[in-house]
Design a protein around this ligand. Structure first.
Ligand code: FNR
Length: 393
């Protein structure tokens, strides 16, 4: 698909913009408001983990093979029962309207078109139902920031399931936002509250809660949005004891569809997920935005996949900037990779078309890499295709 269409579609036309991640980042900075830029770009502390995420990729190099017939190569894979175009999905990202007014609807529309999984964040600025409509028949998952209000959680999960979101991903590394200097210095927390928190404001249980507090969510939108943001990033940790309740609740609502945990960085926690009957994990450090000095996500992946890779569906994110990074993560044991900042930059630079351009370029990058490096499908990605040298990078 990419092979046939990508070059043809650009024939005679300059591409919309240069998809070099460094150049996209510069352009996004020019386009965004200060608050938007800080939200998208800030990392925890001194960005040590953000940098470590990138450095980990440099410690592994691909070993291409020549003269292999790759003319019928296939980038597709299967995730949670869906056959998709590539082992690449849209990571959940909050408050998309900060980047572009078209917000989550534009992003999920592109995901549906490309047949790549879309994961909607609880911190979304568009209602669950509108995102589903824009996504069409594409596979879609719901990422939960779990409120301390079970009735509200059940309401969100029910809406998600009824709108065709057929896997649940609980994020466990962000009960509150990490210490991000730029965000703190610019009082960005107040800035977030100013954005339409439509996902929450359209929820019947949340609306009831607003009214109990004397807030009319249709009139006092700013106060209601602030209340919503506070129930998403509430700062009160959940513990493992709550997980069986969530699994049972989701399985009941969805008739047994998959449940995964995002934010796993240790073998200990990965084993705990296996023990508890969790279907999948996303090895992730939230792009280095939560714990500065935390291990690189790719290093955590290697250890975790080695330990539990045959017992649970292992997914990965944090620091992926191109197709070769996708291939390295799969070679180290991930079955699937999520992308965050790359498509955020696309959305910031050029709205829906920008997201489409970035993701189609990534698909073309993967397809071409496979073609020239001797890979025919995701089953070819294993440790034998890597030269790994932890000291030399
Ligand atoms: C995120 N991430 C995130 N994760 C999540 O579970 N819910 C969310 O609402 C958000 N929001 C969010 C906003 C922004 C601006 C960023 C950069 C990240 C984390 C995200 O899902 C993913 O883990 C990382 O973005 C992956 O790393 P890369 O691809 O951005 O390097």
């Amino acid at each position: 698909y990419q092979r046939e269409n990508f070059w043809k579609q650009n024939e005679g036309k300059a591409p919309l913009f240069n998809t070099d991640p460094r150049k996209m980042e510069e352009r996004a900075k020019e386009k965004l408001s200060e608050g938007g830029w800080y939200y998208a770009s800030s990392n925890a502390g001194m960005s040590n983990t953000h940098l470590a995420n990138r450095q980990a990729f440099y410690r592994h190099r691909l070993i291409p093979n020549q003269l292999i017939d790759t003319n019928n190569r296939d980038t597709t894979t299967t995730i949670f029962g869906h056959k998709v175009s590539a082992p690449i999905g849209f990571a959940p990202i909050g408050i998309n309207k900060i980047y572009h007014q078209s917000g989550e609807a534009a992003v999920s529309k592109v995901a549906g078109e490309l047949n790549l999984p879309y994961c909607l964040s609880t911190a979304g600025s568009t209602s669950i139902e509108k995102v589903a409509e824009a996504n069409g028949s594409g596979p879609r998952f719901f990422q939960l920031y779990m409120p301390h209000d079970d009735e509200l959680t059940v309401s969100l999960l029910t809406r998600a399931w009824e709108s065709g979101f057929d896997a649940l991903i609980l994020t466990t590394d962000t009960w509150q936002l990490g210490w991000r200097h730029d965000d703190v210095a610019s009082s960005n927390y107040a800035f977030y509250r100013g954005f339409g928190a439509d996902l929450g404001l359209t929820d019947p249980v949340f609306r009831k809660r607003c009214k109990e507090d004397g807030i009319d969510p249709d009139v006092d939108v700013v106060a209601a949005s602030a209340k919503w943001i506070d129930s998403v990033w509430h700062g009160r940790a959940w513990s493992w004891e709550k997980i069986p309740w969530l699994i049972e609740t989701w399985k009941k609502i969805s008739g047994g569809r998959p449940f995964a945990i995002k934010g796993i960085q240790s073998v200990r926690d990965a084993r705990k997920c296996v023990e508890m009957g969790v279907d999948g994990i996303v090895v992730s450090n939230h792009a280095g935005r939560q714990v500065d000095g935390a291990v690189a996500s790719l290093d955590a992946l290697e250890r975790i996949a080695q330990d539990v890779g045959d017992k649970i569906y292992v997914m990965f994110d944090s620091g992926v900037r191109g197709a070769s990074d996708v291939v390295k993560a799969l070679a180290l044991g991930a079955k699937f990779v999520f992308i965050g900042r790359l498509w955020i930059w696309g959305l910031s630079i050029h709205g829906e078309d920008g997201v489409r351009h970035v993701m189609k370029s990534l698909l073309a990058d993967l397809d071409i890499l496979m073609g020239v490096a001797g890979f025919n499908g995701v089953e070819d990605f294993d440790k034998t295709i890597l030269e790994s040298d932890p000291k030399n990078y």
